[in-house]
Design a protein around this ligand. Structure first.
Ligand code: GYE
Length: 332
C-alpha cells in the first residue's frame, strides 16, 4: 500500500487516472472486475452509504456520484442514512451481505467505525472513504480517503477574515455536525490561523448541524445572547448555515455582509448568489463533485490495483469581487 499525499486539480478523473498504480491491493476482494470469457468487462457493484441530504453541497455530491455511476455502467446500491451513523452501519452491513465489489461511504462522524470495517475486511470487501475521514487505530480498514483538506479550509477562512477586518473581529461561529471531520477540522484550522491575530476572538460558538434551518435558529439565539450586540463577524462551517444566518440577521434589523462580515465554506451556487447581492462576503471552496475520482478509484481497486492512501481535492477561495464573474459557471 502506498502512503502519499496527492493534490489533484479538476478534471479530477484524468489526474487520478495518472496517479493510480498497478500494484496489488492491500485488501483481498471477494470478486474482481476481470474480463469475462467473451471479453466484456464485468459490471462492478458498488455500495454507497451517503450521510443524508443536509445541504446544497451534499445534494451536488449525491448527484455527482449517481450520474458518474450511471455513465460508467456501474451497479450502484445507494443508501441515504439521514445523518444517522446507525443507518450508515446498517447499510454497510447490507452491502457486505450482498457481497458488493467495493463499499464507499461518507462517514457522518469520525469515531465508531472499527467493528463494521472489520466485518468488511473479513469479507474481503475494500472500503473507500468519500469526503469525510474516520478515526480508526488500523488504517488498513480502508483503502483510500478521497476528499478535501478541511483544516486548510478553516485556515483559509480565517486568513480571509483577518485580511478583510484588519485582524480585529468579534466572531460568532456556526459549527457543523458534532464529531464530523469537517466540523472538527474547520474549527481547528480557523483557530490555528486566528492565533496570529490577537484582535480576533470567537465569542460564541454552537452547532447548526450543517443545515440552513439550524443555522438560522442558532444565529437568532446568538443575536439575542449577551454577546449578540458586539458580534461583527460570522464564521459558518458551511454555506447553508450562513444562508440561514443571513435570514436571522436581517430579521434582527442588521445588514448581513455589512454590519456582520460573513465567511463560510463550500462554494455552492446559493453562496455566490448571496455574494452578488452583498449579503455574504466570502466562501471557501469545498468541491463536492467527487464522482469521477471516486469511481476511478473503485474501478482500480476492483481490478486489483493500488490507489494512493489519501487523495486531496484542490480548491479556491471566492469573495464578492469575483462572485459576479464566476456565478454563471458554477457547476453546483
Ligand atoms: O461542507 C457540508 C456538508 O462533508 C464536506 O458536509 C462535507 C460537508 C459540507 O453537509 O455542507
Amino acid at each position: 500500500m502506498m502512503y502519499r499525499n496527492l493534490r489533484i486539480a479538476l478534471p479530477l478523473a484524468a489526474l487520478l487516472a495518472a496517479a493510480l498504480t498497478g500494484c496489488a491491493p492491500s485488501v483481498e476482494k471477494k470478486t474482481t472486475a476481470a474480463p469475462t470469457a467473451d471479453g466484456a468487462k464485468k459490471k462492478i457493484v458498488v455500495g454507497f452509504a451517503q450521510v443524508g441530504a443536509e445541504s446544497g453541497w451534499r445534494t451536488a455530491n449525491t448527484q455527482s456520484i449517481r450520474s458518474e455511476a450511471e455513465k460508467r455502467g456501474i451497479d450502484l446500491r445507494f443508501a441515504d442514512a439521514q445523518q444517522k451513523q446507525e443507518n450508515q452501519i446498517k447499510a454497510i452491513r447490507t452491502f457486505i451481505a450482498q457481497g458488493v465489489d467495493v463499499i464507499m461511504f461518507s462517514p457522518v462522524v469520525e469515531p465508531g467505525w472499527e467493528p463494521v470495517l472489520q466485518e468488511a475486511k473479513k469479507a474481503g470487501i475494500p472500503v473507500i472513504l468519500a469526503d469525510r475521514a474516520v478515526k480508526v487505530s488500523d488504517e488498513s480498514l480502508y483503502v483510500t480517503f478521497i476528499g478535501s483538506d478541511f483544516v486548510e479550509e478553516g485556515r483559509r477562512a480565517a486568513e480571509w477574515m483577518a485580511k478583510k477586518m484588519n485582524g480585529k473581529a468579534v466572531i460568532a461561529e456556526l459549527q457543523g455536525t458534532p464529531g464530523s471531520a469537517p466540523a472538527i477540522d474547520r474549527k481547528r484550522g480557523f483557530e490555528e490561523e486566528m492565533k496570529k491575530y490577537p484582535g480576533m476572538k470567537i465569542v460564541i460558538s454552537q452547532t447548526g448541524d450543517f443545515t440552513r434551518a439550524k443555522g438560522k435558529e442558532v444565529m437568532e439565539a446568538f443575536l439575542k445572547s449577551p454577546e449578540g450586540a458586539g458580534i461583527n463577524a460570522l464564521y459558518a462551517h458551511n454555506d447553508d448555515m450562513a444562508l440561514g444566518a443571513i435570514q436571522a440577521i436581517e430579521a434582527a434589523g442588521k445588514k448581513p455582509g455589512t454590519d456582520i462580515t460573513i465567511v463560510s465554506v463550500d462554494g455552492v451556487k446559493g453562496a455566490f448568489e448571496a455574494m452578488v447581492v452583498g449579503k455574504l462576503n466570502c466562501t471557501v471552496e469545498c468541491n463536492p463533485l467527487l464522482g469521477p475520482t471516486l469511481f476511478d478509484a473503485a474501478e482500480a481497486v476492483a481490478a486489483g490495483k493500488t490507489v494512493p492512501k489519501r487523495i486531496v481535492t484542490k480548491e479556491g477561495v471566492y469573495d464578492q469581487t469575483q462572485a459576479k464573474g464566476l456565478i454563471a459557471d458554477r457547476k453546483y
